[in-house]
Design a protein around this ligand. Structure first.
Ligand code: SF4
Ligand code: SF4
Length: 375
């Protein structure tokens, strides 16, 4: 991964696929990406489709950006353009269909001529030089594509502080296997290391192009329960860590994102946004502070012992007893009692998967008195 990779940053305020197409073309060409690299190849666009939410919630990549990207790669002669993602929850036909419908991907595919992936297969993907992870399962359409367009959303994130390009690629792991990865890499630093291993290997085996929809991002209790935030920006880079570093400056989060600190230590990106090779707008001039999720406030005090870290609690008034959090907990520490979820905190690793996947916003983050003193 080239730490000096260029990152394109452009202002963009509207989700208008017709206007987005020339802008994306220009951004890609500014990075030296064009028809010669795409013609005859299979392109998999990997949006962030975390949950079956409509685009207005800003939890998922907007369909207008997906449609514009798909049209661009078709125009450049791609053999196939696929939209492929493993959303949160179970990776099956029913869930995929629900998510494609709610997020506007069906319209994006119809409008652009892209295919919606229906292949539920997955493969073991070796990471020979991985620091903490030597093999991982990934969905087949991504494994078999020539080009991955990592089309992420600009959001805050309870565990990772922010999510854009680097964390979005974790979504290539099929369905509930994502929860198994949380169980395997319990410590946040190991989890981020695993994500870096995966991203780096994908950039070796595929042509990787990262594109971030930051026209309207999400602040507060991201990645699913926050509020829309107009940032008016698109970012593009071959290097997901460089893209995220530029994004961290726009969000006002530079120096607070542990995954990026690790990526910089491993030589995959610069330490500071100042050192980035930017094409287009200066990220500092587009800065618009994103409110942090409750769980990520005070992340600079990472040395606080886990039992004092903010913990998830169920708001019984909001819990509908759907059981999604029970299925999503990598530590099997949530049970149903009298039709409501109940968390047994002794085994909780503070991964916040339960909060991420509760569509009723019934999982809240509670801080201890001691934690509040130091955050
Ligand atoms: S907390 Fe949320 S995900 Fe869990 S059972 Fe209640 S409503 Fe469902
Ligand atoms: S209770 Fe929630 S935060 Fe704790 S381990 Fe389970 S999913 Fe993760």
């Amino acid at each position: 991964m080239n730490p000096n990779e260029r990152t394109a940053v452009r202002r963009c305020r509207e989700y208008d696929a017709a206007a987005l197409l020339p802008l994306l073309r220009e951004m890609a060409q500014g990075l030296g990406i064009g028809e010669e690299e795409i013609r005859g190849r299979v392109v998999a666009i990997k949006p962030n489709l975390l949950l079956a939410y409509p685009p207005e919630k800003a939890a998922t990549t907007h369909p207008a950006v997906v449609a514009a990207a798909a049209r661009l790669f078709s125009e450049w002669g791609a053999a196939r353009v696929l939209i492929a993602e493993s959303p949160g929850g179970i990776y099956n036909e029913r869930n995929l269909d629900r998510v494609y419908t709610a997020t506007g991907m069906k319209e994006a595919a119809e409008e652009s001529g892209a295919e919606l992936n229906r292949d539920l297969g997955w493969l073991d993907y070796p990471i020979p030089d991985g620091r903490v992870c030597k093999t991982v399962s990934i969905i087949r359409p991504i494994a078999e594509a020539d080009v991955i367009v990592n089309l992420c959303k600009l959001k805050t994130h309870a565990l990772a502080v922010m999510t854009a390009a680097a964390k979005n690629l974790f979504g290539v792991i099929p369905g509930i296997m994502k929860f198994e990865m949380h169980a395997r890499f319990k410590k946040p630093e190991d989890f981020f290391s695993m994500v870096i291993d995966l991203d780096e290997q994908l950039s070796r085996t595929h042509t990787l192009l990262n594109l971030c929809d930051g026209i309207v991002g999400m602040e507060g209790d991201g990645p699913s329960g926050g509020t829309p935030k107009e940032a008016g920006v698109l970012l593009m880079s071959r290097n997901p860590f460089c893209l995220d570093l530029a994004a961290s400056r726009i969000m006002g989060l530079e120096g607070r994102v542990p995954l990026l600190e690790q990526a910089a230590e491993r030589g995959f990106c610069p330490r500071s946004p100042e050192e980035l090779a930017i094409v287009g707008e200066d990220p500092g001039r587009l800065s618009c502070a994103f409110a942090l999720p409750d769980a990520a406030k005070g992340k600079k005090f990472a040395l606080i012992p886990p039992f004092l870290q903010p913990r998830p609690v169920i708001d019984g008034r909001l819990c509908r007893g759907c059981g999604m959090c029970v299925k999503s907990c990598p530590r099997n520490t949530i049970v149903m009692k009298n039709g409501k979820a109940l968390i047994r905190h002794e085994r909780c690793i503070r991964c916040y998967c339960c909060q991420e996947l509760c569509t009723f916003r019934a999982v809240k983050i509670k801080k201890s008195f001691l934690y509040r003193l130091v955050e």
